[in-house]
Write a protein that binds this ligand. Structure first.
Ligand code: ACO
Length: 464
Protein backbone atom coordinates (compact mmCIF):
# COMPACT_ATOMS: atom_id res chain seq x y z
CA UNK A 1 0.00 0.00 0.00
CA UNK A 2 1.27 3.45 -0.87
CA UNK A 3 1.87 5.15 2.45
CA UNK A 4 0.25 8.33 1.18
CA UNK A 5 -3.14 6.75 0.76
CA UNK A 6 -6.12 5.78 2.85
CA UNK A 7 -6.47 2.05 2.26
CA UNK A 8 -9.76 1.28 0.49
CA UNK A 9 -11.56 -1.89 1.55
CA UNK A 10 -10.95 -4.69 -0.98
CA UNK A 11 -14.45 -5.92 -0.38
CA UNK A 12 -13.63 -9.65 -0.35
CA UNK A 13 -14.43 -10.00 3.35
CA UNK A 14 -14.11 -13.79 3.01
CA UNK A 15 -11.64 -16.49 4.01
CA UNK A 16 -8.07 -15.78 2.99
CA UNK A 17 -6.70 -17.66 0.00
CA UNK A 18 -3.04 -18.61 -0.20
CA UNK A 19 -2.43 -15.34 -2.01
CA UNK A 20 -4.20 -13.30 0.66
CA UNK A 21 -1.85 -14.35 3.38
CA UNK A 22 1.60 -13.81 4.68
CA UNK A 23 3.85 -16.75 5.56
CA UNK A 24 6.11 -15.87 8.45
CA UNK A 25 8.93 -18.09 9.57
CA UNK A 26 10.10 -17.46 13.10
CA UNK A 27 13.82 -18.11 12.93
CA UNK A 28 13.92 -18.45 16.72
CA UNK A 29 11.87 -21.64 16.54
CA UNK A 30 11.77 -22.60 12.87
CA UNK A 31 7.93 -22.49 13.02
CA UNK A 32 6.01 -21.04 10.06
CA UNK A 33 2.75 -19.11 10.56
CA UNK A 34 0.09 -18.01 8.08
CA UNK A 35 -1.26 -14.53 8.69
CA UNK A 36 -4.31 -13.30 6.80
CA UNK A 37 -3.94 -10.24 4.59
CA UNK A 38 -7.17 -8.33 4.18
CA UNK A 39 -7.58 -4.81 2.73
CA UNK A 40 -3.79 -4.75 2.30
CA UNK A 41 -3.44 -5.07 6.05
CA UNK A 42 -2.49 -7.69 8.61
CA UNK A 43 -3.96 -7.81 12.10
CA UNK A 44 -1.39 -7.07 14.77
CA UNK A 45 -3.15 -9.53 17.14
CA UNK A 46 -2.38 -12.40 14.73
CA UNK A 47 1.27 -11.92 15.64
CA UNK A 48 0.53 -12.81 19.26
CA UNK A 49 0.30 -16.47 18.20
CA UNK A 50 3.96 -16.31 17.30
CA UNK A 51 5.69 -17.51 20.45
CA UNK A 52 8.95 -19.14 21.46
CA UNK A 53 7.25 -21.12 24.24
CA UNK A 54 3.76 -21.78 25.64
CA UNK A 55 4.14 -19.11 28.35
CA UNK A 56 5.63 -16.51 25.99
CA UNK A 57 3.44 -13.38 25.68
CA UNK A 58 3.70 -13.53 21.88
CA UNK A 59 5.08 -11.14 19.29
CA UNK A 60 4.06 -7.48 19.40
CA UNK A 61 4.37 -4.84 16.69
CA UNK A 62 6.18 -1.56 17.42
CA UNK A 63 4.88 1.54 15.67
CA UNK A 64 5.44 4.82 17.51
CA UNK A 65 3.25 7.58 16.03
CA UNK A 66 1.14 4.93 14.20
CA UNK A 67 2.95 5.69 10.95
CA UNK A 68 2.02 2.30 9.50
CA UNK A 69 -0.86 1.20 11.67
CA UNK A 70 -4.56 1.53 10.83
CA UNK A 71 -6.27 2.17 14.18
CA UNK A 72 -9.81 1.80 12.86
CA UNK A 73 -12.01 1.15 9.85
CA UNK A 74 -13.67 4.34 8.67
CA UNK A 75 -16.11 5.29 5.95
CA UNK A 76 -15.89 9.06 6.44
CA UNK A 77 -12.91 10.50 4.54
CA UNK A 78 -10.82 9.11 1.69
CA UNK A 79 -7.45 10.60 0.75
CA UNK A 80 -5.16 9.63 -2.11
CA UNK A 81 -2.09 11.74 -1.44
CA UNK A 82 -0.25 10.72 -4.59
CA UNK A 83 -3.12 11.89 -6.79
CA UNK A 84 -4.17 14.82 -4.59
CA UNK A 85 -7.68 13.42 -3.95
CA UNK A 86 -9.81 14.23 -0.91
CA UNK A 87 -13.37 12.91 -0.60
CA UNK A 88 -15.93 13.12 2.21
CA UNK A 89 -18.25 10.10 2.14
CA UNK A 90 -17.22 9.64 -1.51
CA UNK A 91 -17.97 13.20 -2.64
CA UNK A 92 -14.92 15.04 -4.10
CA UNK A 93 -13.94 18.07 -2.03
CA UNK A 94 -14.00 20.27 -5.15
CA UNK A 95 -17.72 19.54 -5.72
CA UNK A 96 -18.60 20.09 -2.08
CA UNK A 97 -16.76 23.43 -2.00
CA UNK A 98 -18.46 24.58 -5.17
CA UNK A 99 -21.99 23.40 -4.48
CA UNK A 100 -22.50 22.70 -0.81
CA UNK A 101 -22.34 24.60 2.48
CA UNK A 102 -20.39 23.87 5.65
CA UNK A 103 -23.52 22.89 7.61
CA UNK A 104 -24.65 20.51 4.85
CA UNK A 105 -21.16 18.97 4.81
CA UNK A 106 -21.28 18.63 8.62
CA UNK A 107 -24.54 16.64 8.23
CA UNK A 108 -22.95 14.51 5.49
CA UNK A 109 -19.94 13.70 7.66
CA UNK A 110 -22.03 12.86 10.73
CA UNK A 111 -24.99 11.05 9.17
CA UNK A 112 -23.23 9.54 6.14
CA UNK A 113 -25.49 10.91 3.38
CA UNK A 114 -26.46 14.31 2.06
CA UNK A 115 -29.68 15.51 3.73
CA UNK A 116 -33.00 15.90 1.93
CA UNK A 117 -34.27 19.52 1.69
CA UNK A 118 -36.45 18.94 4.77
CA UNK A 119 -33.62 17.35 6.75
CA UNK A 120 -31.23 20.17 5.81
CA UNK A 121 -33.72 22.88 6.84
CA UNK A 122 -34.32 21.12 10.14
CA UNK A 123 -30.56 20.67 10.74
CA UNK A 124 -29.80 24.33 10.02
CA UNK A 125 -32.73 25.42 12.19
CA UNK A 126 -31.56 23.30 15.12
CA UNK A 127 -27.97 24.52 14.87
CA UNK A 128 -29.06 28.14 14.52
CA UNK A 129 -31.22 27.82 17.63
CA UNK A 130 -28.49 26.32 19.81
CA UNK A 131 -25.81 28.96 19.25
CA UNK A 132 -26.34 30.69 22.61
CA UNK A 133 -24.24 29.55 25.53
CA UNK A 134 -25.28 29.54 29.19
CA UNK A 135 -24.52 32.90 30.82
CA UNK A 136 -22.20 31.16 33.26
CA UNK A 137 -19.98 30.19 30.31
CA UNK A 138 -19.68 33.90 29.61
CA UNK A 139 -18.61 34.45 33.20
CA UNK A 140 -16.19 31.58 32.84
CA UNK A 141 -14.57 33.31 29.83
CA UNK A 142 -14.39 36.55 31.81
CA UNK A 143 -12.28 34.70 34.37
CA UNK A 144 -9.41 34.27 31.92
CA UNK A 145 -6.54 36.75 31.89
CA UNK A 146 -6.90 39.51 29.27
CA UNK A 147 -4.05 37.99 27.24
CA UNK A 148 -5.10 34.33 27.53
CA UNK A 149 -4.48 32.37 24.33
CA UNK A 150 -7.85 31.90 22.58
CA UNK A 151 -7.12 28.19 21.98
CA UNK A 152 -6.54 27.78 25.74
CA UNK A 153 -9.87 29.50 26.37
CA UNK A 154 -11.62 27.33 23.76
CA UNK A 155 -10.13 24.20 25.29
CA UNK A 156 -11.44 25.19 28.72
CA UNK A 157 -14.90 26.25 27.59
CA UNK A 158 -15.55 23.22 25.35
CA UNK A 159 -14.57 20.93 28.23
CA UNK A 160 -16.82 22.95 30.56
CA UNK A 161 -19.84 22.33 28.28
CA UNK A 162 -19.95 18.76 29.61
CA UNK A 163 -20.97 20.16 33.00
CA UNK A 164 -23.86 22.10 31.44
CA UNK A 165 -25.23 19.08 29.56
CA UNK A 166 -24.65 16.16 31.96
CA UNK A 167 -27.09 13.92 30.05
CA UNK A 168 -24.59 13.84 27.18
CA UNK A 169 -22.85 11.08 29.13
CA UNK A 170 -25.63 8.76 27.88
CA UNK A 171 -23.58 8.12 24.78
CA UNK A 172 -25.74 5.21 23.57
CA UNK A 173 -28.83 7.41 23.44
CA UNK A 174 -29.37 8.56 19.83
CA UNK A 175 -31.18 11.71 20.93
CA UNK A 176 -28.34 12.71 23.26
CA UNK A 177 -25.77 12.05 20.55
CA UNK A 178 -27.73 14.18 18.13
CA UNK A 179 -28.06 17.02 20.65
CA UNK A 180 -24.34 16.90 21.43
CA UNK A 181 -23.55 17.17 17.70
CA UNK A 182 -25.93 20.12 17.33
CA UNK A 183 -24.67 21.89 20.44
CA UNK A 184 -20.99 21.43 19.63
CA UNK A 185 -21.32 22.67 16.05
CA UNK A 186 -23.62 25.52 17.11
CA UNK A 187 -21.66 26.78 20.10
CA UNK A 188 -18.11 26.49 18.80
CA UNK A 189 -18.25 29.81 16.84
CA UNK A 190 -19.83 31.53 19.86
CA UNK A 191 -17.07 30.29 22.18
CA UNK A 192 -14.41 31.28 19.61
CA UNK A 193 -15.85 34.78 19.16
CA UNK A 194 -16.18 35.30 22.94
CA UNK A 195 -12.49 34.36 23.35
CA UNK A 196 -11.53 36.85 20.62
CA UNK A 197 -13.60 39.69 22.14
CA UNK A 198 -12.24 38.88 25.60
CA UNK A 199 -8.67 39.43 24.33
CA UNK A 200 -9.71 42.80 22.91
CA UNK A 201 -11.65 43.84 26.00
CA UNK A 202 -14.79 44.25 23.91
CA UNK A 203 -18.31 43.29 25.00
CA UNK A 204 -19.47 39.90 23.75
CA UNK A 205 -21.91 39.90 20.85
CA UNK A 206 -24.75 37.38 21.11
CA UNK A 207 -25.66 35.18 18.14
CA UNK A 208 -28.02 36.56 15.49
CA UNK A 209 -30.45 33.90 14.26
CA UNK A 210 -31.19 35.81 11.05
CA UNK A 211 -27.67 35.25 9.75
CA UNK A 212 -26.02 32.25 8.11
CA UNK A 213 -23.59 30.13 10.17
CA UNK A 214 -20.47 31.96 8.90
CA UNK A 215 -22.33 35.31 8.76
CA UNK A 216 -23.31 34.94 12.42
CA UNK A 217 -19.70 34.21 13.31
CA UNK A 218 -18.54 37.38 11.52
CA UNK A 219 -21.21 39.33 13.41
CA UNK A 220 -20.14 37.93 16.81
CA UNK A 221 -16.53 38.81 15.95
CA UNK A 222 -16.82 42.24 14.36
CA UNK A 223 -20.15 43.88 15.23
CA UNK A 224 -19.66 47.23 16.95
CA UNK A 225 -22.29 49.93 17.35
CA UNK A 226 -24.40 49.15 14.31
CA UNK A 227 -27.92 47.89 15.06
CA UNK A 228 -27.51 44.96 12.74
CA UNK A 229 -24.29 43.56 11.33
CA UNK A 230 -24.45 42.79 7.62
CA UNK A 231 -21.73 40.37 6.57
CA UNK A 232 -20.23 40.75 3.11
CA UNK A 233 -21.42 37.70 1.11
CA UNK A 234 -17.90 37.21 -0.33
CA UNK A 235 -16.45 36.90 3.18
CA UNK A 236 -19.29 34.60 4.25
CA UNK A 237 -18.68 32.34 1.26
CA UNK A 238 -14.88 32.29 1.66
CA UNK A 239 -15.26 31.33 5.32
CA UNK A 240 -17.84 28.67 4.48
CA UNK A 241 -15.51 27.13 1.89
CA UNK A 242 -12.56 27.29 4.26
CA UNK A 243 -14.67 25.45 6.84
CA UNK A 244 -15.73 22.77 4.35
CA UNK A 245 -12.04 22.21 3.56
CA UNK A 246 -11.11 21.84 7.22
CA UNK A 247 -14.09 19.72 8.30
CA UNK A 248 -12.30 16.35 8.34
CA UNK A 249 -9.01 14.79 7.36
CA UNK A 250 -9.30 11.18 8.59
CA UNK A 251 -7.00 9.89 11.34
CA UNK A 252 -4.87 12.97 12.10
CA UNK A 253 -3.49 13.81 15.55
CA UNK A 254 -6.60 15.54 16.94
CA UNK A 255 -9.06 13.01 15.50
CA UNK A 256 -7.00 10.24 16.99
CA UNK A 257 -7.14 12.11 20.32
CA UNK A 258 -10.96 12.37 20.12
CA UNK A 259 -11.28 8.67 19.30
CA UNK A 260 -8.74 7.64 21.94
CA UNK A 261 -10.31 9.69 24.73
CA UNK A 262 -13.84 8.89 23.51
CA UNK A 263 -13.06 5.17 23.66
CA UNK A 264 -13.15 5.49 27.47
CA UNK A 265 -16.88 6.26 26.95
CA UNK A 266 -16.53 9.76 28.33
CA UNK A 267 -19.11 12.35 27.17
CA UNK A 268 -18.59 13.92 23.70
CA UNK A 269 -17.73 17.41 25.03
CA UNK A 270 -14.77 16.01 26.95
CA UNK A 271 -13.70 13.93 23.94
CA UNK A 272 -13.86 16.97 21.65
CA UNK A 273 -11.90 19.02 24.22
CA UNK A 274 -9.12 16.44 23.75
CA UNK A 275 -9.25 17.18 20.01
CA UNK A 276 -8.96 20.92 20.67
CA UNK A 277 -5.93 20.24 22.89
CA UNK A 278 -4.24 18.20 20.15
CA UNK A 279 -4.97 20.83 17.52
CA UNK A 280 -3.42 23.50 19.76
CA UNK A 281 0.04 22.02 19.13
CA UNK A 282 2.31 23.77 16.58
CA UNK A 283 2.87 20.57 14.60
CA UNK A 284 -0.84 20.26 13.92
CA UNK A 285 -2.99 23.39 13.86
CA UNK A 286 -0.27 26.01 13.91
CA UNK A 287 1.37 25.81 10.45
CA UNK A 288 -0.80 28.53 8.84
CA UNK A 289 0.55 31.01 11.37
CA UNK A 290 4.17 30.02 10.54
CA UNK A 291 3.44 30.47 6.82
CA UNK A 292 2.26 34.06 7.35
CA UNK A 293 5.25 34.81 9.59
CA UNK A 294 7.53 33.45 6.85
CA UNK A 295 5.92 35.73 4.23
CA UNK A 296 6.45 38.63 6.65
CA UNK A 297 10.13 37.72 7.03
CA UNK A 298 10.63 37.51 3.26
CA UNK A 299 9.20 41.02 3.06
CA UNK A 300 9.32 41.56 -0.71
CA UNK A 301 9.35 39.65 -4.00
CA UNK A 302 13.01 40.67 -4.52
CA UNK A 303 14.05 38.62 -1.50
CA UNK A 304 12.50 35.38 -2.76
CA UNK A 305 15.60 33.99 -4.57
CA UNK A 306 17.76 34.43 -1.44
CA UNK A 307 15.02 32.89 0.71
CA UNK A 308 14.70 29.84 -1.54
CA UNK A 309 18.50 29.45 -1.49
CA UNK A 310 18.42 29.40 2.31
CA UNK A 311 15.66 26.74 2.20
CA UNK A 312 17.81 24.60 -0.10
CA UNK A 313 20.76 25.11 2.27
CA UNK A 314 18.44 23.86 5.02
CA UNK A 315 18.67 27.09 6.99
CA UNK A 316 14.94 27.68 6.55
CA UNK A 317 11.80 25.64 5.92
CA UNK A 318 9.30 26.64 3.27
CA UNK A 319 6.27 26.75 5.57
CA UNK A 320 2.97 25.80 3.96
CA UNK A 321 4.78 23.46 1.58
CA UNK A 322 4.98 19.68 1.84
CA UNK A 323 2.62 17.24 3.53
CA UNK A 324 2.95 13.81 5.10
CA UNK A 325 0.05 12.51 3.01
CA UNK A 326 -0.13 14.72 -0.09
CA UNK A 327 2.77 14.19 -2.45
CA UNK A 328 0.99 16.27 -5.06
CA UNK A 329 -0.77 19.63 -4.94
CA UNK A 330 -2.93 19.59 -1.78
CA UNK A 331 -6.43 19.86 -3.33
CA UNK A 332 -7.45 22.17 -0.49
CA UNK A 333 -4.69 24.68 -1.36
CA UNK A 334 -5.94 24.98 -4.94
CA UNK A 335 -9.48 25.77 -3.73
CA UNK A 336 -8.43 28.26 -1.06
CA UNK A 337 -6.22 30.19 -3.44
CA UNK A 338 -9.27 31.13 -5.52
CA UNK A 339 -11.01 32.56 -2.46
CA UNK A 340 -8.04 34.60 -1.19
CA UNK A 341 -8.54 37.01 -4.05
CA UNK A 342 -12.28 37.38 -3.32
CA UNK A 343 -11.53 38.18 0.29
CA UNK A 344 -8.83 40.71 -0.60
CA UNK A 345 -11.29 42.41 -2.91
CA UNK A 346 -13.38 43.16 0.18
CA UNK A 347 -10.65 43.82 2.72
CA UNK A 348 -8.06 45.54 0.52
CA UNK A 349 -4.88 44.18 -1.07
CA UNK A 350 -2.19 42.44 0.92
CA UNK A 351 1.39 42.51 -0.39
CA UNK A 352 1.94 39.05 1.11
CA UNK A 353 -0.33 37.55 -1.55
CA UNK A 354 2.04 38.77 -4.24
CA UNK A 355 4.98 37.26 -2.34
CA UNK A 356 3.09 33.98 -1.82
CA UNK A 357 2.10 33.70 -5.49
CA UNK A 358 5.63 34.39 -6.71
CA UNK A 359 7.15 32.10 -4.08
CA UNK A 360 4.89 29.25 -5.15
CA UNK A 361 5.69 29.82 -8.83
CA UNK A 362 9.45 29.84 -8.28
CA UNK A 363 9.40 26.84 -5.94
CA UNK A 364 7.37 24.80 -8.43
CA UNK A 365 9.90 25.69 -11.15
CA UNK A 366 12.74 24.44 -9.00
CA UNK A 367 13.92 20.80 -9.10
CA UNK A 368 14.74 20.85 -5.40
CA UNK A 369 11.03 21.10 -4.56
CA UNK A 370 9.56 19.05 -7.40
CA UNK A 371 11.98 16.16 -6.85
CA UNK A 372 10.88 16.02 -3.22
CA UNK A 373 7.21 16.32 -4.22
CA UNK A 374 6.82 19.52 -2.20
CA UNK A 375 3.68 21.40 -3.18
CA UNK A 376 1.64 24.07 -1.37
CA UNK A 377 -0.57 22.67 1.36
CA UNK A 378 -3.80 24.11 2.81
CA UNK A 379 -1.85 26.33 5.20
CA UNK A 380 0.06 28.18 2.50
CA UNK A 381 -2.97 30.35 1.74
CA UNK A 382 -5.44 29.98 4.63
CA UNK A 383 -3.40 32.30 6.88
CA UNK A 384 -3.75 35.06 4.28
CA UNK A 385 -7.54 34.86 4.52
CA UNK A 386 -7.41 34.98 8.31
CA UNK A 387 -5.03 37.90 8.20
CA UNK A 388 -7.24 39.75 5.73
CA UNK A 389 -10.07 39.30 8.25
CA UNK A 390 -7.83 41.16 10.71
CA UNK A 391 -7.50 38.14 12.95
CA UNK A 392 -4.55 38.03 15.32
CA UNK A 393 -2.31 35.03 14.64
CA UNK A 394 -3.38 33.42 17.94
CA UNK A 395 -6.86 33.02 16.43
CA UNK A 396 -5.72 31.05 13.36
CA UNK A 397 -5.86 27.66 15.08
CA UNK A 398 -9.25 28.51 16.58
CA UNK A 399 -10.49 29.06 13.01
CA UNK A 400 -9.42 25.49 12.29
CA UNK A 401 -11.11 24.07 15.41
CA UNK A 402 -14.55 25.49 14.51
CA UNK A 403 -15.08 23.36 11.36
CA UNK A 404 -13.04 20.36 12.53
CA UNK A 405 -15.69 19.90 15.25
CA UNK A 406 -18.03 18.24 12.73
CA UNK A 407 -15.28 15.79 11.71
CA UNK A 408 -14.48 15.02 15.34
CA UNK A 409 -18.16 14.36 16.10
CA UNK A 410 -18.53 12.14 13.01
CA UNK A 411 -15.43 10.13 13.94
CA UNK A 412 -16.53 9.88 17.59
CA UNK A 413 -19.93 8.47 16.55
CA UNK A 414 -18.35 6.04 14.10
CA UNK A 415 -15.96 4.86 16.81
CA UNK A 416 -18.85 4.19 19.21
CA UNK A 417 -20.79 2.21 16.60
CA UNK A 418 -17.82 0.08 15.60
CA UNK A 419 -18.17 -3.41 17.08
CA UNK A 420 -14.41 -3.67 17.29
CA UNK A 421 -14.05 -0.59 19.49
CA UNK A 422 -12.46 -1.17 22.86
CA UNK A 423 -10.81 1.33 25.16
CA UNK A 424 -7.67 2.53 23.35
CA UNK A 425 -4.78 1.08 25.22
CA UNK A 426 -1.47 0.62 23.40
CA UNK A 427 1.29 -1.69 24.55
CA UNK A 428 4.82 -0.63 25.43
CA UNK A 429 8.31 -2.02 25.39
CA UNK A 430 9.46 -1.56 28.96
CA UNK A 431 12.99 -0.14 29.17
CA UNK A 432 13.17 0.71 32.89
CA UNK A 433 14.89 -0.74 35.95
CA UNK A 434 14.50 -4.36 36.98
CA UNK A 435 12.72 -5.08 40.27
CA UNK A 436 14.47 -3.44 43.23
CA UNK A 437 13.81 -2.82 46.95
CA UNK A 438 12.52 0.48 48.34
CA UNK A 439 15.19 2.38 50.33
CA UNK A 440 14.31 4.68 53.29
CA UNK A 441 14.74 8.37 52.39
CA UNK A 442 17.40 9.02 55.05
CA UNK A 443 20.63 7.71 53.73
CA UNK A 444 19.33 7.50 50.13
CA UNK A 445 21.81 8.87 47.56
CA UNK A 446 20.82 11.54 45.03
CA UNK A 447 20.70 9.79 41.66
CA UNK A 448 19.09 12.29 39.28
CA UNK A 449 19.22 16.05 38.76
CA UNK A 450 15.85 17.85 38.97
CA UNK A 451 15.30 21.48 37.93
CA UNK A 452 14.65 23.81 40.84
CA UNK A 453 11.51 25.92 41.06
CA UNK A 454 12.74 27.65 44.23
CA UNK A 455 14.03 30.72 42.36
CA UNK A 456 10.61 31.24 40.83
CA UNK A 457 8.68 30.74 44.05
CA UNK A 458 6.99 34.00 44.92
CA UNK A 459 5.97 34.06 48.56
CA UNK A 460 4.42 37.53 48.16
CA UNK A 461 2.21 36.49 45.22
CA UNK A 462 1.76 32.72 45.28
CA UNK A 463 -0.49 32.94 42.20
CA UNK A 464 2.42 34.20 40.07
N1 ACO B 1 10.59 23.05 3.13
C1 ACO B 1 11.76 22.57 2.72
N2 ACO B 1 12.05 21.25 2.62
C2 ACO B 1 11.08 20.39 2.97
C3 ACO B 1 9.81 20.83 3.41
C4 ACO B 1 9.59 22.22 3.48
N3 ACO B 1 8.41 22.69 3.88
N4 ACO B 1 9.05 19.74 3.69
C5 ACO B 1 9.80 18.68 3.44
N5 ACO B 1 11.03 19.06 3.00
C6 ACO B 1 12.12 18.19 2.55
C7 ACO B 1 12.77 17.47 3.71
O1 ACO B 1 13.87 18.20 4.21
C8 ACO B 1 13.17 16.19 3.06
O2 ACO B 1 14.33 16.43 2.27
P1 ACO B 1 15.54 15.35 2.23
O3 ACO B 1 14.90 14.08 1.76
O4 ACO B 1 16.54 15.94 1.34
O5 ACO B 1 16.01 15.27 3.67
C9 ACO B 1 12.05 15.89 2.08
O6 ACO B 1 11.52 17.17 1.75
C10 ACO B 1 10.95 14.99 2.59
O7 ACO B 1 10.41 15.58 3.74
P2 ACO B 1 9.92 14.78 5.01
O8 ACO B 1 10.39 15.51 6.24
O9 ACO B 1 10.22 13.31 4.89
O10 ACO B 1 8.37 14.92 4.90
P3 ACO B 1 7.35 14.59 6.05
O11 ACO B 1 6.24 13.85 5.41
O12 ACO B 1 7.99 13.94 7.22
O13 ACO B 1 6.90 16.03 6.55
C11 ACO B 1 5.70 18.02 6.78
C12 ACO B 1 5.73 16.63 6.17
C13 ACO B 1 5.93 17.94 8.32
C14 ACO B 1 4.32 18.65 6.56
C15 ACO B 1 6.80 18.88 6.13
O14 ACO B 1 6.61 18.92 4.74
C16 ACO B 1 6.85 20.28 6.71
O15 ACO B 1 7.44 20.48 7.79
N6 ACO B 1 6.21 21.29 6.03
C17 ACO B 1 6.18 22.64 6.54
C18 ACO B 1 5.13 22.76 7.66
C19 ACO B 1 3.72 22.78 7.11
O16 ACO B 1 3.40 23.49 6.16
N7 ACO B 1 2.85 21.99 7.78
C20 ACO B 1 1.42 21.97 7.42
C21 ACO B 1 0.97 20.65 6.94
S1 ACO B 1 -0.75 20.75 6.47
C22 ACO B 1 -1.62 20.58 7.89
O17 ACO B 1 -1.13 20.08 8.90
C23 ACO B 1 -3.06 21.04 7.96
Amino acid sequence: MADEQTQREDGDGGVATAQDSLSITDNRTGETYEVEVSDGTVRAMDFRDIKVSEDDFGLMTYDPAFTNTASCRSSITFIDGAEGILEYRGYPIEQLCEKSSYLEVAYLLIYGELPSREQLDQWVFEITHHTYVHENIKKFVEGFRHDAHPMGMLLGTVGALSTFYPDAKNIDDDQERHMAAIRLIAKMPTLAAFAYRHNLGLPYVYPDNDLSYPGDFLSMMYKMTEVKYEPDPRLERALDVLWILHADHEQNCSTNAVRGVGSSQVDPYSAVAAGVAALYGPLHGGANESAVRMLERIGSVDNIPDFLESVKNREEKLMGFGHRIYKNYDPRARIIKKHVEDVLEVTGSNPKLEIATELEKRALDDDYFTERKLYPNVDFYSGLIYEALNLPKDMFTVMFAIPRTSGWVAQWREMLDDEETKIARPRQIYTGAGERDYEPVDGREQRVETPSGTDQTNTVNPAA
